[in-house]
Design a protein around this ligand. Structure first.
Ligand code: ADP
Ligand code: MG
Length: 348
């Protein structure tokens, strides 16, 4: 290399570790990425198991379409995805993933094992192991029922600076449980299990599209009290549908910690959405208090851009004004029916 040449291409392992900095913050982010893959694989049942808050072991087992032998090493490479192939696909992407980065990133900062079977023969599975991405992944036969198991051991074992940022087992598990709650709220039709240190924390059967079944799940993930007092909404206008449960103003919280908003099945934190909801509650809630809600917005995927940030928590609506006004007016109307003065007027 000559004196004047200072720029070089990063070795792939280092590039993956840098990318991991964006999406892999703690065990909860690993759980989110791996479970999203299980959802994208069409699974009907997803089991999440952790040891030591997830820093020792995260295991996610699904019964989805599985990964075939030739695809297994590819699944671990960066920018390798089965979900999109062109810019047009990105325009109306319906899968949760599409960047092809999660497994490459996670495998660069942990000991990752992938066991999968894309066939119906239970003896037909394959395993691939990647340890800090040091070795070329080697594929060996391993029996597994149709579907995939991902095991992530010793997260950040090779990036001590990151490992130092992990909090206590209890705190890390709290974050994982919150991630699990969001995922389980995003898909009622999937059965879920969450285990920590061999104990079952949540066991949620799949529910059909009936309101009672969904309310049972919300009751066990959030609280029965929220549901008992919540208003069920289901409104549609101009290609937008909003459904879900909004808490009564009396069920407010000091923090905005129980607010779940999904856009086409993806949990989202969006300033425009937050503003519309805040406005709708403005007249009925004490200043500084926060409502509890579980809401689902459904709209044409082509009018919302999910490729804004690697963790995909942010979205960009093509017509933000329309979405804002629809949310505000729907919720304002629903909440107007429970304003204290109305209640008095009704009973008097
Ligand atoms: P992305 O989800 O963005 O495509 P990932 O790195 O998360 O990228 O996964 C890479 C690929 O591995 C996916 O596109 C998919 O083909 C495959 N894959 C990962 N997890 C699973 C799973 N649980 N079941 C089936 N295929 C999977
Ligand atoms: Mg993914």
């Amino acid at each position: 290399m000559s004196e004047s040449s200072r720029i070089r291409i990063l070795d792939p392992r280092l590039a993956n570790q840098i990318a991991a900095g964006e999406v892999v913050e703690r065990p909860a982010s690993v759980v989110k990425e791996i479970v999203e893959n299980a959802i994208d694989a069409g699974s009907q049942r997803i089991e999440v198991e952790l040891e030591a808050g997830g820093s020792r072991l995260i295991r996610v087992r699904d019964d989805g379409i599985g990964i075939g032998e030739e695809d297994l090493p590819l699944a671990l490479s960066r920018h390798a995805t089965s979900k999109i192939a062109s810019l047009e696909d990105l325009e109306d992407v319906s899968s949760l993933g599409f960047r092809g980065e999660a497994l490459a990133s996670i495998s660069s900062v942990s000991r990752l094992e992938l066991i999968s079977n894309a066939a119906d023969d239970p003896a037909g599975g394959w395993r691939v192991v990647a340890e800090g991405r040091q070795m070329e992944p080697r594929v060996t036969p391993a029996p597994h029922p149709r579907g995939t198991s991902v095991l992530v051991r010793d997260l950040f074992f090779n990036t001590p600076a990151r490992r130092k940022f992990l909090r206590t087992e209890k705190t890390e598990f709290g974050h994982v449980e919150e991630a699990f709650r969001r995922l389980a709220l995003s898909r009622f039709d999937i059965a879920w299990v969450l285990r920590h240190n061999q104990k079952v924390v949540h066991q949620l059967p799949a529910v059909a599209s009936d309101q009672a079944g969904r309310e049972r799940r919300i009751g066990s993930l959030l609280s029965r009290r929220f549901l008992d007092e919540a208003l069920h909404v289901d409104l549609e206008a101009t290609g937008l549908r909003l459904w879900g449960w909004v808490g009564q103003p009396t069920h407010s919280r000091a923090q905005a910690d129980q607010q779940y908003f999904f856009v086409n099945g993806r949990i989202v934190r969006d300033r425009l959405v937050a503003h519309a909801i805040r406005q709708a509650y403005r007249d009925v809630m004490f200043h500084g208090r926060h409502p509890v809600f579980v809401l689902y917005l459904e709209l044409d995927p082509r009018v919302v851009d999910v490729n804004v940030h690697p963790t995909k928590h942010e979205v960009r609506f093509r017509d933000g004004r329309l979405v804002h006004d629809f949310l505000f007016s729907s919720l304002h109307r629903a909440l107007a029916s429970v304003k204290p003065n109305d209640a008095v007027a009704e009973s008097g």
